[in-house]
Design a protein around this ligand. Structure first.
Ligand code: ZN
Ligand code: ZN
Length: 330
């Protein structure tokens, strides 16, 4: 099969992914074999390919937002031909304290799709059958793929921030995850304040119903109940924190930050403000979000790339050149 393979991480401008023929994977016990119909491109893929996250296997096929069709390893619930999604959490041990306490997103021994095991930048992929999610019939694979990490983890970020219907919520950064989160927030009748770089991102935020849109250095005109940051930047976290009312929460939706700047505790954190990170996702998050996405007719804005263009897709993410989500169609 054709796949985009990473042997050694490097700057995306040096095209570290090689497009080549590799053996088609065989499903093992408890696994399904998928024909990949679409695979979303996530900023985490960029961090893996550029080596900002430590390498866990080589060679590696990245990609963890796989919309696929089951062609092998079918079970009673997952029949041949059914369409499923695979996300970042490819499996957990089911045994550690976190797994036993409904916190499988924090499992001590997780499997990460497209990072510790091969992912979906390929024509075929295998996945644990208990970690694939049936896709709503109303969603075609192209539009389902970006929901599988950007969507689910964006949704988890809203949960971690403790968003209640009708609240004032800030989104700092407006890429693949935020442009889906805003639609969930609008469905919950929240007022959404978006601070982001790039005129086209600001325009997209406006068209999706943001109450206020500003640049990354502008401060929303009101105090926010919650804020979610999406940019891999500690300065953005501080901007978000500075926008909160007392008791407000910042949730950081980023697996990697450039650094965490020193900040003034008395002015920014005192008053029971909180900063929380968002780590991974649970299967409950995935199922709840996919159901909600179908209910509110969530339809991501997508830009498609061929598998041959995997390096270009990641370069576009790095350059903030995509409105909405990038998706590879193998
Ligand atoms: Zn565990
Ligand atoms: Zn992701």
């Amino acid at each position: 099969m054709k796949a985009a393979v990473l042997v050694s991480p490097g700057k995306i401008s040096d095209r570290p992914l090689c497009i080549e023929e590799v053996p088609q994977p065989e499903p093992g016990a408890g696994q399904v074999l998928l024909r990949v119909l679409a695979c979303g491109v996530c900023r985490t893929d960029l961090h893996i390919v550029e080596g900002e996250l430590p390498s866990l296997r080589s060679p590696l096929i990245p990609g963890h937002q796989i919309a696929g069709e089951i062609i092998g390893g079918a079970t009673a619930e997952l029949s041949i031909g059914s369409r499923v999604g695979v996300s970042w959490i490819g499996g957990t041990d089911g045994a550690c304290w976190y797994c036993r306490n409904n916190l499988e997103n924090l499992c001590d021994s997780p499997t990460f799709t497209g990072y510790s095991v091969n992912g979906g930048y390929a024509e075929f992929a295998v996945a644990r059958s208990d970690f694939v999610f049936p896709l709503p019939a109303s969603l075609d694979p192209l539009h389902a793929a970006p929901l599988l990490c950007a969507g689910i983890i964006g949704f988890r970020s809203l949960r971690v921030a403790g968003v209640e219907p009708g609240e004032r919520v800030g989104l700092f950064g407006f890429g693949a995850s935020a442009h889906l989160a805003i639609e969930v927030l609008r469905a919950w009748r929240c007022e959404v304040y978006v601070a982001t770089r790039g005129a086209s991102h600001r325009k997209l935020a406006e068209s999706l119903g943001a109450k206020w849109v500003g640049s990354e250095t502008e401060k929303p005109p009101v105090e926010l109940d919650r804020a979610i940051t999406f940019a891999p930047s500690g300065d953005v976290v501080i901007s978000a924190l500075a926008s909160l009312r007392k008791g407000g929460v910042v949730a950081i939706n980023a697996i990697h930050l450039d650094r965490m700047p020193e900040f003034d505790y008395d002015r920014l954190l005192w008053g029971e403000r909180q900063i929380r990170s968002v780590a991974n996702m649970t299967r409950v998050d995935a199922r709840d979000f996919l159901k909600l996405a179908a209910d509110i007719h969530l339809r991501p804005k997508v830009t498609t790339f061929a598998l041959d263009q995997a390096n270009e897709a990641l370069a576009a993410i790095k350059g903030d050149a995509i409105d909405g989500a990038a998706v590879i169609i193998p």
